[in-house]
Ligand binder design. Structure first.
Ligand code: TYM
Length: 334
């Protein structure tokens, strides 16, 4: 709790171009919740280097991502939007939390297993302790709520376990955070293989809608989306392709799956896919227009980066000092 508002923390990696999954699963909810909470939204560039990055590309993507947060509707005057690497408390708290996290717990993380399989030539310690850095992110700001997609649930659970373990030893130091999963769009699947989540790192560009794709590209990708031969638009497990498209449609329009089923009753897949594409274009167009304007205003974005890093560091430092004291580090001499 900061003042009379509860605290919200979330972050995204600046790895690859943001997809519709990131938007519907996370960013859209961030905007919806931003008035209600004291919010911290981080571009988690430190997490990004757990897999090899080209430095210039990472820098450019981090800036694009930070600008996208603002273009999506987060006001940097009210929300603290900052680069994780600009607040050194994240790394410092992570070290301490590493000493309160078990190898066995980290071994169970499915994201670690997936990424280790994908990057077999670079299974580094950072990849293994990635969830501990995520715990440090969240706990530094004493977050009450963390809006994420379903794929991050396991990381939220380990964060809660680490916080609880620390509190049991040292008293009420950390707020125990809750995940916030949106009603629609919490797991958007690939347009080419509806058994896989839509991912920034997918090699097939037709599998993902990128937030900065132009309208023609978006419509074309939806036209090519994998469906089935059932010829009925029903929200059910047996039709994962159709269900995913309905999820996207509902997340973009605010309709329920039942309402959408009724709307498309008796219609063909071609017409349905076009309607989904148009709904997505309708949601992304205003964001893209704001993005184009913001990208021209270098001085404004620079100011946001500077001011918000200071604000974040102020809050983060308070928690870090408390934790350092609890574990027995010597007091600073002023
Ligand atoms: P990242 O960058 O992979 O994803 C950012 C957010 O997008 C959500 N998401 C999806 N939601 C629905 N459908 C999809 N296909 C989809 N793909 C991604 C993710 O759940 C996430 O909410 N480890 C985190 C970043 C992070 C973080 C944090 C998040 C670092 N520290 C602290 C919350 C709090 C990650 O890699 O997200």
């Amino acid at each position: 709790m900061i003042g009379d508002k509860k605290v919200l923390f979330s972050g995204m990696q600046a790895t690859g171009n943001l997809t519709l999954g990131n938007y519907l699963g996370a960013l859209k909810n961030w905007v919806a919740l931003s008035d209600e909470y004291e919010c911290y939204y981080s571009v988690v560039d430190m997490h990004s280097i757990t897999v090899r990055q080209d430095p210039a590309t990472l820098r450019r993507r981090a800036r694009t991502l930070l600008t996208l947060y603002i273009a999506a509707g987060l006001d940097p005057e009210k929300n603290c939007i900052y680069y994780q690497s600009h607040v050194s408390c994240h790394a410092e708290l992570m070290w301490i939390l590493n000493c309160f996290t078990y190898m066995g717990e980290l071994n169970r993380m499915t994201q670690f297993k997936d990424k280790a399989a994908k990057h077999a030539d670079n299974i580094n310690a950072g990849l293994f302790t990635y969830p501990v850095l995520m715990a440090a992110d969240i706990l530094l700001y004493q977050a009450d709520v963390v809006p994420v997609g379903i794929d991050q649930m396991q990381h939220l659970e380990i964060t809660r376990d680490i916080a609880q373990r620390f509190n049991n030893l040292y008293g009420e130091v950390f707020t125990i955070p809750e995940a916030y999963i949106g009603k629609a769009g919490a797991k958007i699947m690939s347009l080419q293989d509806p058994s896989k989540k839509m991912s920034k790192s997918d090699e097939n560009p037709n599998a993902s809608i990128y937030l900065l794709d132009d309208p023609d590209t978006i419509i074309r990708k939806f036209k090519r989306a994998v469906t089935d031969s059932e010829n009925q638009i029903l929200y059910r497990e047996e039709q994962p392709g159709i269900r995913n498209l309905l999820d996207i449609y509902c997340a973009c329009t605010g309709k329920t799956p039942k309402e959408a089923e009724r709307e498309f009753d008796g219609k063909g897949y071609g017409e349905f896919k076009l309607a989904v594409g148009e709904a997505v274009v309708g949601v992304l167009k205003p964001l893209q227009e704001r993005m184009a304007a913001l990208e021209k205003d270098k001085a404004y974005i620079d100011q946001v980066i500077k001011d918000n890093a200071q604000r974040a560091a102020y809050t983060a430092n308070k928690t870090l000092r408390k934790v350092q004291k609890k574990v027995g580090f010597p007091e600073r001499v002023r």
